[in-house]
Design a protein around this ligand. Structure first.
Ligand SMILES: Nc1ncnc2c1ncn2[C@@H]1O[C@H](COP(=O)(O)OP(=O)(O)OP(=O)(O)O)[C@@H](O)[C@H]1O
Length: 334
């Protein structure tokens, strides 16, 4: 049985979430840490640190310690986890002493990368740490009947990775993980604006453009928005208008890589399960599932129904927290 000392952590490239069955989602913060480079002291974590990105003086850096779903900076990840565990303990009270933790990892991560995640969480006071593959957690979090012998197809488009998996009878039947996600779309937009307009924009601006006028590859009524950056020729601040059509062109290649990963996973599906996919369709989760038009575009391309998970940004964390009771049946990440 699930007790209050058991928690699920979605240690994501973009967001860090903590879910407990008793209290639900207790933490949901950007995975960003602000550090004083001289003293190595952590100044802020989460939303406060994210607001500092690109705006700090030289002695302060705001870092995202995870990249492509795995730890890029071990020390900063541990600092961030310690901060989050302390915050969780405050919310949970004494029941948080030495919790059992389940934490998700991308299915394409190496054993060294998985071990690093496990060690970092253990260092923060966990009694034991189990790993679960992200798409399995996303499927559980989206309330799919993963333990039944039917095909549950999940496409989880996160910040650093996109994970596509077919899950049946508690295990992964076929899966593909690519290191392309929302961050890559932001990077595509930054590069496009720099090349076309000679304008340098920050990471926050690129993400805002994606959220406001980013569209998957479908016809739509064109949207425009004003954006601000630094003119690379004059060095001065400048405002320009960008349109959804040009942003669509900028992110095309990355969206095509996501589509290829979905196609490759479906192609690996055993014929007995293919019928289920036609009937039940595919579930989209992760923040990337919120890109405008992505549901319609994917369903046109793969010719099966595409549904949005009930809380796309929270599915993995919810599934991670709920997975403890199912852990034995599920194919655990090693
Ligand atoms: N409305 C939106 N439109 C497009 N993208 C969005 C939207 N909302 C959030 N995103 C993007 O979703 C991504 C974050 O998603 P999520 O929190 O699922 O990732 P993560 O779990 O931290 O990453 P990973 O699974 O790769 O470790 C970011 O790139 C963010 O910009």
């Amino acid at each position: 049985m699930f007790s209050s000392t058991q928690i699920g952590i979605d240690l994501g490239t973009a967001n860090l979430l903590v879910y407990t069955k008793n209290k639900g989602m207790i933490i949901n913060e950007p995975s960003v840490v602000a550090i004083d480079v001289n003293t190595k002291q952590v100044l802020a974590v989460g939303e406060e640190a994210k607001n500092m990105v690109g705006k700090t003086p030289e002695n302060i850096i705001a870092i995202r310690p995870l990249k492509d779903g795995v730890i890029a900076d071990y020390q900063v990840t541990t600092d961030m986890l310690k901060h989050v565990m302390k915050k969780a303990a405050k919310i949970m009270g004494t029941s948080m002493r030495k919790p059992s933790v389940v934490v998700c990892t991308p299915s394409g991560s190496t054993s060294v990368e998985r071990r690093a995640i496990q060690d970092a969480v253990r260092q923060c006071g966990a009694k034991d740490v189990q790993l679960i593959e992200e798409p399995v957690a996303a499927a559980i979090g989206a309330d799919l009947p993963v333990e039944e012998p039917i095909a549950n197809v999940v496409v989880d488009i996160g910040g650093g990775t996109t994970e596509v998996a077919i899950i049946s009878f508690g295990g992964v039947v076929s899966c593909h993980s690519i290191r392309v996600g929302g961050d890559q779309l932001d990077e595509d937009i930054t590069q496009f604006i720099r090349k076309k307009y000679n304008l340098m924009i920050g990471a926050r601006t690129a993400e805002n453009i994606k959220m406001e006028v980013g569209y998957a590859l479908i016809d739509h009524e064109e949207l425009t928005m004003p954006i601000r950056g630094r003119d690379l020729v004059t060095g001065l601040p400048k405002t320009i208008d960008v349109s959804s059509t040009e942003i669509q062109g900028a992110i095309r290649e990355s969206l095509m890589s996501i589509l290829e990963a979905i196609r490759a996973t479906l192609e690996d599906c055993p014929p007995e399960l293919s019928g289920d996919i036609v009937d039940r369709g595919v579930i989209l989760s992760g923040g990337g599932a919120l890109l405008k038009g992505i549901q319609d575009w994917l369903s046109e391309e793969i010719v099966v129904p595409v549904h949005l998970a009930p809380s796309p940004l929270e599915s993995v964390a919810i599934g991670t927290g709920r997975s403890l009771s199912m852990m034995k049946k599920l194919q655990k990440a090693k």
